[in-house]
Ligand binder design. Structure first.
Ligand code: NAD
Ligand code: GLY
Length: 348
């Protein structure tokens, strides 16, 4: 088992192993205590893993409750969040109890936001079951639901008590969803640690090492800038164009595929603008292609570049672009929307 510890407003362990679900109850009891445990999960994950986690929690002495919602981003809404709060209230969940987010990033964000706000904040544990959630969304305390006008517009920073990454759960993940998560893994490799770019070419074989390396990078950034006022923007590498593509497609392009295209666009743009050399840009695109991730988009350059004006990371009329200078070396550059548009358009 591998352990990475986060020391932010709450100090907590991330445990990574291939057999954690069946001992999850005892691990949660030891780290977080509490009386009742309320598991939150989507219907697909509920069928696969809710019984195993529920039994483990019961054998560790918890009274258990299970809130199941229809899987998918369409459930990450204020309505589902209120339904979850009502479920907790009707089942007598109090501040001494624990919420357990069992699933992908949608579950983590929804349950995390409910934990952040129910009775002004209760403790919660993340048990991520997608690669994206293991390497990114379960760590760092960003929680949110979507509003009709945009993704993640209502949320809170609220750190979990622990993160349990049982990577055996990835065996049931559809191949397509697993590969989408690899786009975020590639992001970490470009940001800080090029060795990840070799490991990701055999993702199943290297899974524990990949998760450890990615969460260590995220941990270091979150510890420096928990509230996303500076360095945490680095985690947005490739995401400016990705957010445009997601929005233009009305979220029919999955996040991972949009990030892959966004990484290719920023790599080509950095090359065209003289910030990185051709070999670096070509290498990034080659890795994405080897993973069968897309590197070009169906939208016109001007459409993608114009859509950045709606990015929520924009402030006033400027936006931070994360620019790869070399593998493992990226820069946060504040540009006006007009400059950012011109910069990106050279990469599309
Ligand atoms: P997801 O949670 O929708 O899961 C993808 C699909 O996989 C779902 O259909 C789910 O039912 C299924 N699934 C999950 N685990 C499974 C398993 N082990 N076996 C079989 N099926 C399984 O999507 P995701 O990609 O994990 O997360 C995307 C969400 O994460 C987005 O809402 C995004 O905004 C959010 N996110 C949050 C952060 C953060 O820091 N909080 C960071 C990145 C992304
Ligand atoms: N996934 C971006 C962040 O956590 O800041």
């Amino acid at each position: 088992m591998t352990e990475v510890r986060v020391k932010a407003s709450n100090s907590y362990p991330i445990l990574i192993d291939g057999d954690l679900l069946k001992v999850s109850g005892n691990l949660i009891r030891k780290e977080a205590g509490g009386e009742s445990a309320c598991i939150v999960c989507g219907d697909e994950v509920a069928k696969l893993y809710a019984t195993k986690v529920g039994e483990s929690l019961k054998s560790a002495g918890y009274d258990t409750h299970l809130f199941v919602y229809p899987h998918g981003e369409r459930s990450k809404t204020p309505e589902m969040y209120v339904r979850l709060l009502n479920y907790m209230a009707e089942n007598g969940i109090t501040r001494s109890d624990i919420l357990v987010a069992l699933g992908g990033g949608v579950t983590g964000d929804l349950a995390g936001f409910a934990a952040a706000t129910y009775m002004r904040g209760i403790r919660y544990v993340q048990i991520p079951t997608t690669l994206l959630a293991m390497v990114d969304s379960s760590v760092g305390g960003k929680t949110a639901v979507d509003l009709p006008s945009g993704k993640n517009l209502a949320g809170a920073f609220w750190q979990p008590e622990m993160v349990l990454c049982d990577h055996s759960t990835l065996e049931t993940l559809p191949r397509e969803v697993f590969i989408d998560g690899c786009a975020e893994v590639v992001k970490y490799g470009i940001l800080k640690d090029p060795e990840i770019l070799s490991l990701v070419l055999e993702p199943e074989r290297n899974i524990e090492r990949i998760i450890e390396k990615c969460v260590t990078i995220k941990r270091d950034i979150v510890q420096e800038d928990e509230r996303d006022n500076g360095k945490r923007a680095l985690l947005n590498l490739g995401h400016t164009a990705a957010h445009s593509i997601e929005k233009l497609s009305q979220y029919s392009v999955p996040h991972g595929k949009a990030v892959a295209i966004g990484l290719a666009i920023i790599a080509r743009a950095a090359e065209a603008n003289g910030d990185c050399d051709k070999d670096t840009a070509d290498f990034i695109i080659k890795i994405l292609s080897k993973l069968s991730l897309p590197t070009t988009s169906m939208y016109r350059p001007a459409e993608i570049a114009d859509a950045i004006a709606h990015d929520k990371k924009r402030s006033g009329d400027s936006i931070s672009l994360i620019i790869p200078r070399a593998l493992g070396d990226c820069e946060i550059r504040r540009l006006s929307l007009k400059e950012a548009r011109e910069y990106l358009i050279r990469g599309v």
